[in-house]
Design a protein around this ligand. Structure first.
Ligand SMILES: [Zn+2]
Length: 235
């Protein structure tokens, strides 16, 4: 049983949602607001998980590349660079699952891999049978959520976990959004249902991390330059 993957006493699991190029880079098809700040915090949180050996469950959207798309999103298209995860959100020791409707999961998966990457064809992870099974069966002291977007996929993940009686912490400054008003409502709803809303520094400590890498927009590049004369980064 995968229940054994994670013992009840195990501390946290990082739930890394849609940290893909289309959502997080300035030239992505569905770039969030304030991507520079969010990227820095996402990088910080993944470094935190890496260094502490905290398991990471990553969900990524993937949409078909079809000539006639019947309302399918035009971002995170299968086979495009925009669908790829941001490089520093990938651990070396990982296992990847396609979105195929199956529910099979290897035994002792989280003992053998630091990261499980699961693809989904929709924002809500619980609409994918395999992710539903994994998130429903897994136990941990707390599920720590980062990624995009607050008003869609992050909200769906948080509410689904809470419904399944899991403890949830949402790292508000490591979560991106498109619509400020809707994001505020989403955060309020997650909190009302029992999620803890906290900032990156609460878990990962105060950070000198300013370098966000990967994005080549002016704002991100300006920040990177400042880092050259600043404090060394954590990795
Ligand atoms: Zn940028």
């Amino acid at each position: 049983m995968i229940l054994q993957m994670i013992r009840a006493k195990r501390r946290q699991v990082l739930i890394d949602i849609n940290t893909q190029r289309d959502f997080l880079l300035a030239d992505g098809e569905a770039c969030i607001r304030n991507h520079r700040r969010v990227l820095a915090h996402i990088r910080r949180m993944t470094a935190w998980a890496r260094h502490r050996g905290i398991p990471i469950i990553s969900t990524c959207e993937v949409h078909p590349d079809e000539e006639t798309h019947n309302g399918d999103p035009r971002y995170c298209i299968d086979g495009t660079p925009g669908q790829k995860k941001i490089s520093y959100t990938l651990m070396e020791n990982r296992i990847v699952f396609p979105a195929d409707g199956n529910t099979d999961l290897p035994r002792d998966m989280l003992r053998r891999y630091q990261q499980v990457v699961l693809h989904k064809r929709c924002p809500d992870p619980f609409d994918e049978p395999r992710i539903d099974r994994l998130l429903s069966e897994i136990t941990a002291a707390e599920f720590v959520l980062i990624g995009a977007c607050a008003e869609t996929a992050v909200k769906a993940a948080a509410l689904g976990l809470l419904q399944r009686n899991k403890r949830v912490a949402v790292i508000v400054d490591a979560v991106g959004y498109h619509d400020n008003r809707e994001a505020k409502m989403a955060f309020r709803k997650m909190e009302a249902k029992g999620a803890r809303l906290i900032e990156t520094r609460r878990l990962a400590g105060a950070s000198h991390l300013r370098q966000v890498g990967v994005c080549h927009c002016e704002a991100c590049q300006r920040t990177a330059q400042r880092v050259v004369v600043g404090v060394p980064q954590d990795n």
